[in-house]
Design a protein around this ligand. Structure first.
Ligand code: CTP
Length: 396
């Protein structure tokens, strides 16, 4: 791939040459575009040496072949990554400002994948203006990595540290090569299940369905036909490749999933299925039972994932999720074996920003072949891309 590394003027710019080296080592061609402030932190000679290419820092450089040479880079590059991305470049991108070589190139590159690795002081990162800009950039498809937390150059500690070059490399891996899933049908389960107690009450959980919906969309955009079986959620989805079935209980999800699975080449079960349901449902609203309390007897629901594991043919790929709080890796490996899965996506509830309701996630994808792929904190849409690339792209 041809990668353009944009570098802006923050102290984390010292890590940019390392990122360029990792990209070169992975076989990519690299060209660097820097802002004038960047050159206070890292010299053009360093960047030229590690990239083996000339560095672009001036809008009208007399050394350029012609005055808009930096713009012609948009045709050369397959992907751009800005690391570090300061609040300034984020603000310019969100506002459509092009006043130097990097910001003009970014404006002209919007149709291709752009990754940002923000780095700034915590208060700057958390400021309403930066957060608004990030939200906007994500809404138009820019991949904004979550900054790390820890000690910052300004002496404080908190969110704002540039993701490490290795983490950026992992995020970029999701942009290549584009998997083509046309001709494949994939089952996705999403959301919670509700297990009725009576006509007005149920047992449920906090799952929002966001991860499953992000998966359905990613699969559909890569050309797959998607059978989305979802529990109760307020989320909407609209794509010609997605067929949505709304269910309420685990048993209804079981019926829908086992019915469609034989026609699918893969299934990704991200739903948070209730393991138990009340042994019977009252058809009226139960009255208060008095001060001595009341007892609900629960019976076990069928395990949909384990059932698909027994139905699976050699041509089908089965992917489950594991939400763990303790002994995460051991438990996930055990589920992978026990339920006859090809991959398991491990969510740890201990990770800030991962789990129910939030828009971000950090996962480890474990393969039956012994593979293990840990992502940095990403948006759920980016995690969905990682899962599609890791589990459903034929290995070379
Ligand atoms: N799952 C399922 N049917 C169930 C329970 C879980 O299909 N009745 C699926 C989930 O969609 C997920 C995976 O199984 O893909 C793991 O769910 P999890 O709740 O982590 O694991 P359990 O097998 O229920 O084990 P435990 O609750 O004991 O950790």
């Amino acid at each position: 791939m041809r990668v353009i590394v944009g570098i802006t003027g923050g102290i984390a710019a010292y890590k940019a040459p390392l990122l360029v080296r990792l990209l070169r080592k992975a076989g990519h061609e690299v060209k660097c575009v820097a802002t004038q402030h960047t050159l206070q932190f890292v010299t053009p000679l360093t960047l030229e040496t590690v990239s083996d290419n000339k560095v672009y820092a001036d809008l009208f450089d007399s050394n350029n072949d012609h005055t808009t040479e930096h713009i012609s880079l948009k045709d050369w590059g397959d992907l751009m990554v800005v690391a570090p991305a300061t609040a300034n470049i984020i603000g310019k991108m969100a506002s459509g400002i092009g006043d130097d070589a990097l910001s003009t190139l970014l404006l002209s590159f919007m149709r291709k994948p752009i990754f940002l690795a923000p780095a700034m002081n915590t208060q700057m990162w958390e400021s309403p203006a930066v957060q608004r800009n990030i939200e906007y950039l994500r809404s138009v498809g820019i991949h904004v990595l979550e900054p790390g937390s820890g000690e910052l150059a300004c002496g404080t500690s908190g969110a704002g540290r540039m993701p490490e070059p290795e983490e950026i490399m992992q995020a970029l891996a999701s942009a290549s090569p584009e998997p083509n899933l046309s001709g494949q049908k994939v089952l996705v389960t999403a959301g919670p299940t509700y297990e009725r107690i009576d006509s007005v009450r149920f047992i449920g959980n906090y799952s929002s369905g966001k991860m499953g919906f992000a998966l359905a969309l990613a699969l559909a955009e890569h050309g797959a036909q998607v059978e989305l079986v979802t529990g109760p959620t307020s989320l909407k989805i609209s794509h010609p490749n997605i067929h949505r079935t709304d269910i309420e209980s685990a048993r209804e999800m079981y019926a829908a999933a086992t019915n469609v699975f034989p026609t699918c080449s893969a299934a990704i079960l991200s739903a948070a299925v209730a393991d138990y349901r009340p042994d019977h449902t009252a058809d009226h609203k139960l009255k208060k039972q008095g001060a001595e309390g009341m007892t609900l007897t629960l019976v076990q629901n069928p395990d949909i994932l384990a059932t698909l594991g027994t139905m699976k043919s050699a041509q089908q790929t089965l992917i489950g999720f594991a939400l763990e709080t303790d002994n995460e890796l051991d438990n996930a490996h055990r589920k992978l074996e026990k339920k006859n899965l090809d991959y398991i996506v491990l969510n740890s509830l201990r990770d800030a920003g991962a789990g129910f309701g939030v828009d971000t996630n950090r996962v480890t994808i474990l393969g039956r072949d012994g593979s293990s792929h840990a992502t940095p904190l990403l948006t759920k849409a980016q995690v969905a891309e990682e899962i599609v690339h890791c589990c459903l792209t034929p290995k070379a």
